[in-house]
Design a protein around this ligand. Sequence first.
Ligand SMILES: CC(C)(COP(=O)(O)OP(=O)(O)OC[C@H]1O[C@@H](n2cnc3c(N)ncnc32)[C@H](O)[C@@H]1OP(=O)(O)O)[C@@H](O)C(=O)NCCC(=O)NCCS
Length: 145
Amino acid sequence: MVTTGSLTFTRTPPAPAAFAQLRADCGWGLLPVDVARRAIAGGLINITCYDGDILIGCGRVVGDGVIYFYLQDIIVHPSYQGRGIGRQIVERLVMESKQMIPSEGTIGLLAVHGKEAFYEQIGFTSRPTSTVGAGMSMHVTKQQP
Ligand SMILES: CC(C)(COP(=O)(O)OP(=O)(O)OC[C@H]1O[C@@H](n2cnc3c(N)ncnc32)[C@H](O)[C@@H]1OP(=O)(O)O)[C@@H](O)C(=O)NCCC(=O)NCCS
């Protein structure tokens, strides 16, 4: 746990309801709390940031914990953006991922449109380049019964 001013950074996973609410506060829709709980349980590394006991930022890494690490859910509450919190969250996730890589590995992410420069400042390379292709993804939506 690291405290900077009134903010505290921890490596503890967020409470599912607070995580779901933070995502919703950034316009990502409200995950059912049970879905949030299962998603968090499947992650490798978490960084959370609190103002007092209120969750105001988070980020997590999913992957195999050896050679592949993917950043997900990098979120800072809109009222706290622009203060360096997101950068600290990403830098801590990268540092912890690097510690788990035995000799060579990949740390990746799929940036939201317009956020590429934020990650480039921290050391990520936007794809495609002359040697690697674009990142790709498939979004799946299921009809609820
Ligand atoms: C993206 C996000 C996490 C950034 O967090 P933040 O705390 O506001 O960012 P920081 O204050 O740490 O910014 C770090 C640096 O990135 C820059 N930056 C922040 N957002 C940026 C953007 N969209 N484009 C370019 N640069 C950006 C800042 O200017 C700052 O630069 P500096 O260090 O030279 O001053 C935050 O805006 C957020 O939660 N957005 C909504 C959710 C989201 O889109 N998450 C990203 C999913 S890929």
